[in-house]
Design a protein around this ligand. Structure first.
Ligand SMILES: C[S@@+](CC[C@H](N)C(=O)[O-])C[C@H]1O[C@@H](n2cnc3c(N)ncnc32)[C@H](O)[C@@H]1O
Length: 267
């Protein structure tokens, strides 16, 4: 049985995934492209925020993008159609119950998905079996333990900690970025290469202040407010101060840093 999904599927969250992807395109995608004719499986495509970039950057590769949410798949399909991309097919599927034949894909790509799984090693093992020999897997994940900011604030750290605890209770790991190498080794992939990708934001980069700090990171933490308070993880006053302090980092003298981890390994 799959675990619940901590971010949910409300419209605000779906928009947050779009903001996150468009802000981070160069940082996360610049070194990913697939050759003509390659068959690529994108796992947990969500609303298609990464799909549109993948498909546009590798116009002659054939993508199959799967997700367990039909709501997200419909939006992903619309996003791909709106860009006039014709190299993607979508399927409703659960990573832990894949029906593809063994060795049916040249490459697998997944972004911000393993963090939601109770046993990411099982997902990686399943994905390895549907990859051809010498196929590649590309995995991108964040790590909330990497967030650092100025002015520093214990309140803000407590608010972020609520997200980490709630995600763990849902069976996931919001700090999975640092585990990509050992997970890929455990799943028997060869030669994993992991590269940290830091987003550094200060007032000289207003697009990142808005697109990343405000609309991606802070919006994600804000999304767990009600659950965090209802579960007694934090009181309302501490939460409100934490969020004020997170937003304080978007002011002219504020700084925010976060590190994503991108891994590429072969079968
Ligand atoms: C944080 S979203 C990321 C979406 C997209 N990859 C992106 O980067 O914008 C995680 C996605 O994984 C999907 N997901 C989570 N568990 C899954 C599972 N067991 N099988 C298929 N999809 C799953 C969710 O439905 C959600 O759309």
């Amino acid at each position: 049985m799959s675990s619940p999904y901590v971010h949910g599927y409300a419209l605000g969250e779906l928009q947050r995934l779009q903001d996150q992807a468009s802000t981070l395109i160069d940082l996360l995608h610049a070194d990913t492209s697939y050759p003509a004719g390659a068959k690529v499986l994108e796992v947990g495509c969500g609303v298609g925020a990464q799909t549109v970039t993948l498909a546009a950057r590798s116009p002659n590769a054939q993508f199959t993008s799967i997700d367990r949410s039909t709501v997200s798949l419909a939006r992903a399909q619309a996003a791909v159609a709106a860009r006039g991309l014709s190299n993607v097919v979508f399927e409703h599927a659960d990573i832990l119950n894949l029906r593809f034949a063994r060795q049916s894909f040249d490459h697998v790509f997944l972004c911000f998905v393993l963090e939601h799984l109770a046993r990411p090693q099982d997902a990686l093992a399943a994905l390895k079996s549907i990859l051809k020999r010498n196929g590649t897997i590309t995995v991108i994940e964040g790590d909330h333990g990497s967030a650092c900011f100025h002015p520093d604030s214990d309140f803000a750290r407590k608010a972020i900690g609520c997200q980490v605890i709630l995600q763990a209770r849902a069976g996931g790991d919001a700090m999975i970025g640092r585990r990509l190498y050992p997970l890929l080794v455990e799943a028997d992939f060869s030669a994993p290469q992991v590269s940290p990708r830091m987003v550094y934001v200060d007032a000289s980069r207003p697009q990142l202040v808005d697109g990343f700090t405000r609309k991606t990171f802070n919006a994600m933490v804000e999304g767990v407010r009600d659950d965090a308070i209802a579960h007694g993880l934090i009181d309302e006053a501490t939460w409100d101060q934490g969020l004020r302090d997170l937003h304080r980092t978007t002011e002219p003298d504020g700084v925010f840093c976060y590190t994503f981890f991108k891994a590429v390994a072969t079968t």
